[in-house]
Design a protein around this ligand. Sequence first.
Ligand code: NAD
Length: 298
Amino acid sequence: MKIAFIGLGNMGGPMAMNLKKAGHEVKAFDLSAEACKKYAAEGLGIASSAADSVAGAEVVISMLPASAHVEGLFLGGAGKPGLLESIAAGTLVIDSSTIAAATSRKVAEAAAAKGIAMIDAPVSGGTGGAIAGTLTFMVGGEARDLERARPVLEKMGANIFHAGAAGAGQTAKICNNMLLGILMIGTSEALALGVANGLDPKVLSEIMRRSSGGNWALEKYNPMPGVMDTAPASKNYAGGFGTDLMLKDLGLAQENATAVRAATPLGGLARSLYAAHSLAGHGALDFSSVLKLVQKAS
Ligand code: NAD
């Protein structure tokens, strides 16, 4: 299949590589020349612009940071035409970015008006899942469009859920990430408390992992440096899922909670804690660095 892939960041790069490895003809584009160079060196086809990448594509995939990037790319603005103008009718667009459900619906409606099918398919599983091709996709949109997307999604993920109509994938994603943001802070607090009492963080992590406090952070993403070689914490919190991206998702959850009058007290507190962490200069570090907020500096 001819696939255009836009956004070669921490997630998009490895996802595009998995499509190439599966035999698809991928033409990718990123605004960052550095990202394009990195993946060109790995053999990925690189286009000269987003419009160039979609020429002749049967499927267009986007993996961008936030709502404004997705809206700006597809709908344009400030006198610039959106990418929807360059995408042929009948093409399938899959947006895997985590953005506001309302933005997903707006872009999907504009696409439908041009005869272009679009689904929101945000992911969970982190950069490890993107590299291994084991992501979870949470899809919003028409069931028939998901079926068209399935063979492509299966090359990048292990679990595919249909959450509901357009935007529903985004709603499922912010519920999940609100929980993840909260549990990373809780896990950090528990580890910092144990270490302050002289416990070995590796031993404590293993005790909690196998006890009732066990969770995804302890399984795959331990926030304490040196406990888990593969976790961003052991790589100076580089790569992974940026604090500012987690802050964005918690903001989306709070906006949504306000709109539907839901009570999300811990989600609100978690957003404030990640905001404080970002203001302290840690926005670009992986979100598990939130441990620094609760641990005595060594
Ligand atoms: P990232 O910041 O590493 O990458 C985003 C890429 O998009 C950058 O390379 C940037 O140059 C590019 N970009 C921005 N605007 C562009 C445009 N108009 N055209 C082309 N390229 C453009 O972000 P990421 O970690 O890859 O995350 C991408 C999305 O996936 C976010 O919405 C994030 O919330 C979500 N997500 C991330 C993770 C994770 O662990 N990193 C996990 C699940 C979901």
